[in-house]
Structure formats: structure tokens, C-alpha cells
Design a protein around this ligand. Structure first.
Ligand code: BJW
Ligand code: ZN
Length: 274
């Protein structure tokens, strides 16, 4: 890389640090790219999950109705793979920031639980030094737009359960069943064509509306309503800052775009230097 380009990058990073650091209300919106360096596959792109399977085959209520065994098999494999992954430096930087800064909110599209794990670890660290309160932990807890791989929901009575078990998808009879009514359970995730939980969406929209800066990390910004949240910040007079390895439809909307891996960019962007 030539000197002028490096200088440009350094200036962009300084500008972004200033914008993000001085925002009195910050919204961080993340997508699958933030977990890529932890080994969690993204959806789109050359190594993405949709490369070998079409989303309609696996991530729609129609697909589940047609072949629940196939859909559970796919979610079981993902649960196994993601369950072995660890948060990376981006999750850690976000967890520390949201814990320390009461005016920062995290909204994620991810179902992998890595933000939650990073937060648990940051809280444990802070508690051992006598800092952090229940209130700061609750504010730092991610708003999950698309649910979780590690929760199930009953297809009949809506009963929800946390569930990290391996899935036995050998036959339809072995699929997970509701402890209350014995009906078939489904992954508690939001599939295409399904409404997001209205309360969750409303709190994400409120945070986007109130934010001075919306920092968008590792999302292709193709899936709505998540991809509309940064536009809400902009419409309310705030600015959008993007971190992604590739350009996205939000790049044109963003005041600043940082090209790079979030595990490398975010610690520099979010960590306050002593
Ligand atoms: C890195 C990196 C590194 C890689 N560092 N970066 C308005 C307009 C058009 C359509 C619609 C609309 N409103 C609603 C719709 C329909 C639909 C939709 O958006 N369709 C579009 C695709 C056309 N939306 C819905 O159906 C939603 N429901 C809804 O709105 O209900 C009301 C309604 C219904 C129907 C019509 C109208 C209204 C529900 C969406 C649910 C999405 N569900 C999924 C699956 C979740 C469960 C599971 O995991 O199995 O959510 S789909 C999948 O996409 C998953 C993700 O959360 C989501 C977003 O993906 P994400 O995170 O952006 O990942 P990628 O892979 O796309 O991108 C990764 C990025 O990272 C890339 O940019 C890389 O460059 C980058 N990257 N490494 C930094 N190291
Ligand atoms: Zn039930």
C-alpha cells in the first residue's frame, strides 16, 4: 500500500474515532461479519451459508412446514459449529464499551450468542474489580433482532426454552418436543416473511432514532427491517459509520466507511487510549 493511501486510512480512522467517541448516544448494529473471525460462517458471499443452500429451502416457515427434519438438521449442525466458537476482539471491544458507556446500545442480527458471551466475560472481569452494576449489564445486553440458535419455541403453545443440546434429526419422531404440550419445537429464530418481535423492533427503532452515531459492523445491509435502522438515525439528524471488508448499500449513506476486518478495526475504533 502506498504512503498516501496509508495516510488516508489513518485519517479516516482518526475521524471515525472522534465521531464515535464524542457521540452522546451511540447505536452499534452488527451482522454476521462481526463473527466471521470467530469461525462462524456468514450468509452471503463466497464462503457463505447461502452458497450451497437457498434461503427459501431452510430459513422460511414454509420450508419448516414442508420438511422440519431437514431444517432441524441444518440448525443442529450450526448449533454444534457455533457452540464451539469463541468471541473475537470485536465482540470484546463492543462488550467493554457498552458496559462502560450507558449511552451506547447494541442491536444485533446475529443468532450466534457471541455478543452475549463476550458481555458475560467482560462483566466477570469488571465484577472481580468491584465495578459494573445490574443496570449497566442490562443496558449492555444486545437487542437480538433475529432470535437465537440456542433457544427453541413451541409451534403450538409458543413456550420458549433455552436449549444448547445437540439435535437428533435422524427422523421426524426424534425432533425436539415441547415440555408443556409435546408439540414440535422450532428454532427460535426469525425466518424470511416472519414479523420481528414488535417490542424488540420498537426498542431497536427507538435506539436508532435517538442515536447521534449509528456504527454498522459486518452486515451486507440487505435484510430489512434491520438494514433500515441506520437510515432512521440519518433521518433524525445522526450519522452512519460503517465497518466492513466490502462496500454495501449503506456505504453511500455512511459519512465514513472503514474497510477492514472488524476484529482488527473495532479494538482501535472503540478503545479509549489512556
Ligand atoms: C465482514 C467480515 C469481517 C465478512 N469484518 N465485515 C423491505 C424491502 C425489501 C424486502 C423486505 C423489506 N422488508 C421486509 C422485507 C422482506 C425480507 C427481506 O429483507 N428481504 C430482502 C433479503 C430482500 N425481510 C423479512 O422477511 C423480515 N421480516 C419482516 O420484515 O416481516 C414483515 C414483512 C414480511 C414480508 C414482507 C414485508 C414485511 C425477516 C428477516 C429475517 C432474516 N432472517 C435471517 C435468518 C435468521 C436465522 C438463521 O440464522 O438461520 O437472518 S436471514 C440472514 O440474513 C440472517 C441474518 O441476520 C440476516 C442478515 O445477514 P448479515 O448479518 O448481513 O450477513 P451477510 O452474510 O449477508 O453479510 C455479512 C457481511 O459481513 C458482508 O457484507 C461481508 O462483506 C462482511 N464481512 N467478514 C467485517 N471479518
Ligand atoms: Zn407447546
Amino acid at each position: 500500500m502506498n504512503d498516501a493511501l496509508q495516510m488516508d486510512d489513518a485519517r479516516r480512522m482518526d475521524d471515525a474515532r472522534h465521531l464515535v467517541g464524542s457521540a452522546s448516544r451511540l447505536l452499534i448494529l452488527t451482522g454476521a461479519g462481526v463473527s466471521a473471525e470467530s469461525g462462524v460462517p456468514t450468509f452471503r458471499g463466497p464462503d457463505g451459508l447461502w452458497k450451497t443452500r437457498r434461503p427459501e429451502e431452510l430459513a422460511t416457515p414454509q420450508a419448516f412446514q414442508a420438511d422440519p427434519r431437514l431444517v432441524w438438521e441444518w440448525y443442529g449442525l450450526r448449533r454444534e459449529r457455533v457452540g464451539a466458537c469463541r468471541p473475537n476482539a470485536a465482540h470484546e471491544a463492543i462488550a467493554r464499551l457498552t458496559l462502560e458507556n450507558g449511552d451506547a446500545r447494541l442491536v444485533t442480527q446475529n443468532v450466534d450468542g457471541l455478543h452475549e458471551l463476550a458481555l458475560e466475560e467482560a462483566v466477570a472481569e469488571e465484577r472481580s474489580s468491584g465495578r459494573s452494576s445490574d443496570e449497566s449489564v442490562s443496558r449492555a445486553t444486545p437487542i437480538r433482532l433475529h432470535g437465537s440458535l440456542f433457544w427453541t419455541r413451541c409451534t403450538v403453545c409458543d413456550h420458549r426454552t433455552a436449549d444448547r443440546h445437540p439435535v437428533d434429526a435422524d427422523s421426524e419422531a426424534s425432533l425436539p418436543r415441547c415440555p408443556k404440550c409435546q408439540a414440535l419445537l422450532r428454532p427460535d429464530v426469525v425466518w424470511f416473511g416472519e414479523e420481528l418481535d414488535p417490542e424488540i423492533l420498537e426498542s431497536a427503532m427507538e435506539a436508532a432514532d435517538a442515536a447521534e452515531v449509528c456504527l454498522v459492523v459486518g452486515t451486507s445491509a440487505l435484510v430489512h427491517p434491520a438494514a433500515s435502522l441506520p437510515l432512521l438515525t440519518k433521518e433524525s439528524g445522526g450519522v452512519v459509520v460503517e465497518v466492513n471488508t466490502e462496500p454495501t448499500p449503506l456505504t453511500e449513506v455512511a459519512q465514513l466507511s472503514l474497510r477492514g476486518r472488524s476484529g482488527q478495526v473495532l479494538p482501535r475504533l472503540l478503545t479509549v487510549e489512556p
